[in-house]
Design a protein around this ligand. Structure first.
Ligand code: CP
Length: 347
């Protein structure tokens, strides 16, 4: 195959920030080639199995990983913690060390999804992935956890590049100097920080100006804000945070409107979903609509999906001519094929 000369083989993907810019571009380049030649890579994981370990439900992630494994000649197996007798804080069972070591004897890679409501505090999901990564002898891939969603981030920037660049030519440099607005949206789902944080990180690595617009009390992880700020400085881009949603829209090229939880979402070791939803629904004006999109520089609308229509964004924008949501969703398949090929293919 390509290109990266095997340097990604065996690597975990927990956050894009831990891959170099060159490695991310290699993955995107391969994803583009895989999209153009959909069934041209069926030898890559021939007869191999990828384990998908889901603590939370999914539409896109499960389906796209299953299709990805099939299209690489292998198979993806769905696993749930309830069928695995794992040790938890409250119950006896098998340790992550034992599970990861045994799973590594069977599979070419292990994906894990664990979101906010399966954690007792922010960061616990990230720690679980890193515990798997410590013991597993095969790559660990985040399929979305409480802090990051790297496959979503790769699919996002692939989609934005396709929409903002010239037809038929894929050049991620097209994103340099473009303004990405990360707009908090009110909603009934109390969502994790993983997708928005990943988009900020990878967008800033590709030179995008980043604006985060959120009501007071909806700050994201300070460490991720700091990384984004530093990425922007390194790549000659601007970073700003505002509570003024209208100002945020001005001049934007990509609008990402999504709900996210407040930093106070956990109390006494529990994720307080209902309280978060009640608090968020008070901000009814925090919605992406056509009037706000008219303030942008002909921006595209993006969202990782599932969308909370009528809260995060109006139907006419989500289904409108500048919405790239279905292309981004499709790209999950292509970027995951690329990631699996680069990290899991046997020489
Ligand atoms: N974007 C995303 O991860 O979608 P699912 O939750 O449906 O997998």
């Amino acid at each position: 195959m390509n290109d990266t000369k095997g340097k990604l083989r065996g690597r975990d993907l927990i956050v894009t920030q831990e891959w170099s810019r060159e490695e991310l571009l290699d993955a995107l380049d391969l994803a583009v080639r895989m999209k153009q030649d959909r069934l041209g890579f069926t030898h890559v994981l021939k007869d191999r199995t990828f384990f998908m370990f889901f603590y939370n439900p999914s539409v896109r992630t499960r389906q796209s990983f299953e299709c990805a494994a099939t299209e690489l000649g292998g198979h993806a197996q769905f696993l749930e913690p309830k069928s695995m007798r794992l040790k938890t804080a409250k119950t006896a069972g098998e340790t992550v060390e034992d599970a990861a070591k045994v799973m590594s004897r069977y599979a070419c890679g292990i994906g894990v999804r664990i979101l906010e409501d399966k954690c007792s505090r922010y960061g616990e999901g990230d720690e679980l992935l890193r515990e798997y990564a410590k013991w597993a002898e095969v790559p660990i891939v985040s399929m979305a956890h409480d802090k990051f969603h790297p496959c979503q981030g790769l699919a996002d920037v692939m989609g934005w590049t396709e929409w903002l660049g010239p037809k038929g030519k894929f050049d991620p440099d097209i994103l340099k100097g473009r303004k990405l607005l990360m707009a908090w949206g009110h909603g009934a789902l109390a969502r994790s920080w993983c997708s928005v944080q990943e988009a900020m990180l990878i967008g800033s690595r590709l030179g995008m100006d980043i604006t985060v617009a959120a009501p007071e009390g909806y700050d994201l992880d300070p460490e991720v804000i700091d990384w984004t700020n530093r990425n922007c400085k390194t790549h000659g881009a601007r970073f700003e945070q505002t509570h003024d949603l209208t100002a945020g829209y001005k001049g934007a090229h990509v609008v990402y409107s999504r709900n996210w939880m407040s930093p106070g979402a956990y109390r006494d070791g529990e994720f307080r979903r209902q309280e978060e939803v009640e608090k968020a629904l008070k901000h009814a004006d925090w919605i992406c609509d056509a009037d706000k999109m008219a303030l942008t520089d002909n921006a595209i609308f993006t969202h990782p999906m599932p969308i909370d229509r009528g809260h995060e964004v109006t139907d006419d924008v989500a289904s409108g001519p500048r919405s790239c949501i279905y292309d981004v969703a499709e790209n999950r398949l292509h970027v995951q094929k690329a990631v699996m090929a680069l990290t899991m293919e046997t020489p």
